[in-house]
Write a protein that binds this ligand. Structure first.
Ligand code: SF4
Length: 142
């Protein structure tokens, strides 16, 4: 079954600091059954980029219009994060993916924990929240 996978888990150096979280065992296990995608890059953000965090709630609340995403320099990145999430879902549907495997802790891909104004709390990233709203099955990976 083909999966959309956070690109950094597959070795792409697309994290905010230019790093990766490539997992050789995961890469070997997924083989051709993975669509690598980075919502932040595809949403129009550069790499490296300042660290981003939520204000007012998590990714689910971003889609309700109750929260925003900002970076360390105070810029509002909500539009870029929403755009990246929509593009991720469109790509997953176009490629016939049936599930998502996302990097936890990220303001885009986080599935169980995120940063809200400097506090690590339970919550969803913007992309994870959109996929769940669309009824997808997601798995998280540290
Ligand atoms: S966690 Fe998601 S948004 Fe962040 S670098 Fe990895 S793929 Fe991109």
């Amino acid at each position: 079954m083909k999966s959309l996978v956070s690109a950094c888990l597959l070795g792409c150096p697309c994290r905010y600091d230019g790093g990766t979280r490539g997992d050789p065992e995961l890469i070997a296990a997924l083989g051709e059954e993975a669509l690598a995608f980075c919502p932040e890059v595809e949403g129009g953000l550069p790499t490296p980029r300042p660290r981003a965090f939520f204000v007012g709630g998590d990714g689910a609340q971003v889609w309700e219009g109750k929260a925003s995403v900002r970076d360390e320099e105070g810029r509002d990145l909500t539009a870029q994060f929403r755009r990246g999430a929509v593009r991720a879902l469109a790509a997953a549907l176009a490629e016939g993916c049936k599930e998502g495997l996302l990097k936890d802790g990220s303001p885009s891909c986080g599935l169980s924990r995120v940063d809200i104004q400097g506090h690590k709390v339970q919550g969803l990233g913007v992309t994870a929240a959109l996929f769940l709203r669309a009824g997808w099955t997601l798995r998280g990976h540290d």
